[in-house]
Write a protein of this length. Sequence first.
Length: 107
Amino acid sequence: MRTCWGYSRGRAQPVGKSGWEADVRQELVPGYRYEIDIFWSEEDECFIACVPDLEKCAGWGTTYEEALARGHAAIRADLRSRRVAGEPIPEPTPQSLADRWPAVTGR
């Protein structure tokens, strides 16, 4: 079994029951609104969840759902780290369905 790692602000951290997995289960509804882009990486043979608004914030998993959960955990870790360090927290980039798919929404 592979050891899973998540990335927050460029620092790799192991994911386990005492780490992010427990954290993900405790907070099912996140209080943030950051975009998470998930894609399959042939090179890494896993799903990667990147957070474009938070530099070097990403997670990965062997399933789409696992990558998404680790992406949420990476966001929480990144925001906690910024708060502790007294760094500003970036605002999520505003988006709308019309911006993404104008043909579907008729705009």
